[in-house]
Ligand binder design. Structure first.
Ligand SMILES: Cc1ncc(COP(=O)(O)O)c(C=O)c1O
Length: 416
């Protein structure tokens, strides 16, 4: 569904003019469409209905309580990468029995916390982690359920920083070593082998890398099923892409389901998924107000009040985010949208044909529902933005704008 549309040349978030949101909550402001997120979840669940996967929302993509709780209401679990995310997920209403915990660096403290809460399983990324889990389970809960993350060495054809399933990646265990890792897991006390996990990268725009990965992983599953009677889950991770540019076609979830369903059903295993971006990415915008139009002999800069501390994806991944004016205009200018942070990497759009805006106008940075606020910081002592959720004609502040006091909380000056 389209969450952000023009009505009589005014940009709306569902049924609310974004200009009204900026007036009420100030800028920079993250705006999320509740129906947009819900529609994506339902589209995925219905496309995959024949497989009936356990859908674990990847909390790292958008960890706001209101967002997590909306997926909890839909019946989702959570994919987490830290104890902090377990805390967040449970606080927002996710049943700990539906939490899966990935990440290459789980500390003893994090493992103990996860065991105490009774999470579903750990996605184990290395042999030393198996050993640590076994010891901590002996001390805390008696048993830790584990699925080993395998690295199927396929190229997801995405940015090198978000490609996670290639040989040289820090994630998972090489497929060739996987059986040995399972043998270790079986030898260690207090571990229950429940499944296998893969996550090859993000965002993926085609189904082919999933097929390639499954072709390698499914034969390993067959061996594991025979060896370990408790082995029952195949978690295929997340990574389903979204449309960032005009030229891209939206990720075809029906095609994804059509091509993968036969393979997944044939595995005879329970299927897990961990989508993040697909569920929330296009259901969010970052609203920002133009402060200055600045020219130099080479370029035009639209200087806005949002910056790389609010949305780091352009600087970090050279990511493209569409830019829409709150009031539609046909006239365009060529230039960059930049923020006030003291870094040349502080841009939200570069060398673009932009709407011809002027000081005081509002711009919407598109596709800002995933890895956007969640990756924001208070760099340059800029309070982190507020977040608002829109539901039809209603809007609600779901996170207050940070204050200067919030920023300095916990700091002190030594008295020596
Ligand atoms: C293990 C794991 N699962 C799921 C995800 C979610 O990916 P996406 O938001 O692209 O669906 C990630 C993203 O980094 C991940 O590392």
């Amino acid at each position: 569904m389209e969450c952000f549309t023009y009505r009589r040349n005014e940009l709306f978030a569902e049924d609310v003019p974004v200009a009204e949101l900026a007036r009420q909550y100030d800028t920079p402001l993250y705006v999320y469409s509740r129906s947009g997120m819900q529609a994506q979840y339902r589209a995925l669940a219905s496309a995959m209905a024949e497989v009936g996967p356990h859908i674990h929302f990847a909390v790292k993509s958008n960890s706001s309580a209101a967002v997590i709780s909306l997926f909890a209401e839909e019946g989702a679990g959570a994919d987490v990468v830290s104890a902090g995310e377990i805390f967040r997920a449970m606080r927002a209403g996710i049943d700990p029995a539906k939490i899966v915990f990935a990440g290459v660096g789980k500390t003893e403290f994090e493992i103990d916390y996860a065991l105490e809460q009774g999470i579903h399983f750990f996605t184990v990324e290395s042999e030393p982690e198996l050993e640590r889990l076994s010891k901590r389970a002996a001390a805390v809960s008696g048993v830790a359920r584990v699925a080993i993350r395998v690295n199927p060495d396929v190229d997801p054809k995405t940015h090198k920083y978000t490609s996670t399933g290639k040989k040289e990646s820090k994630f998972g265990v090489d497929l060739e070593r996987a059986l040995k890792a399972y043998e270790l897991a079986a030898r260690l006390p207090h571990l229950e082998i429940v499944g296998i996990h893969m996550h090859i990268g993000s965002p993926l725009m085609s189904v082919a890398p999933y097929e390639q990965a499954l072709e390698k992983v499914l034969p390993v599953c067959d061996v594991l099923k025979k060896r370990y009677p408790t082995f029952r889950i195949l978690d295929i991770g997340g990574g389903l892409g979204i449309k960032y540019t005009e030229e891209e076609t939206p990720f075809d979830v029906k095609e994804f389901a059509r091509r993968l369903t036969p393979m997944l059903k044939q595995s005879g295993l329970e299927i897990g998924m961990e989508p993040g971006r697909f569920l929330v990415g296009n259901a969010g915008i970052l609203l920002t107000r133009v402060q200055y139009i600045k020219d130099n002999p080479f370029k035009k800069f639209v200087v806005v009040d949002g910056a790389m501390n609010d949305l780091i994806r352009p600087a970090l991944y050279e990511a493209y985010h569409g830019v829409l004016p709150a009031r539609k205009t046909e006239a365009t200018i060529l230039g960059d949208v930049v923020g006030p942070v003291c870094e040349s990497g502080d841009f939200l759009a570069r060398d673009r044909e932009l709407p011809a805006v002027k000081q005081g106008d509002l711009l919407a940075i598109q596709s800002a529902g995933a890895y956007a606020f969640a990756m924001s910081s208070s760099y340059n002592s800029r309070p982190r933005a507020a977040e608002v959720m829109v539901h039809g004609e209603r809007s609600q502040l779901i996170r207050a704008r940070e204050t200067w006091q919030d920023i300095v909380r916990g700091e002190c000056i030594p008295n020596w």
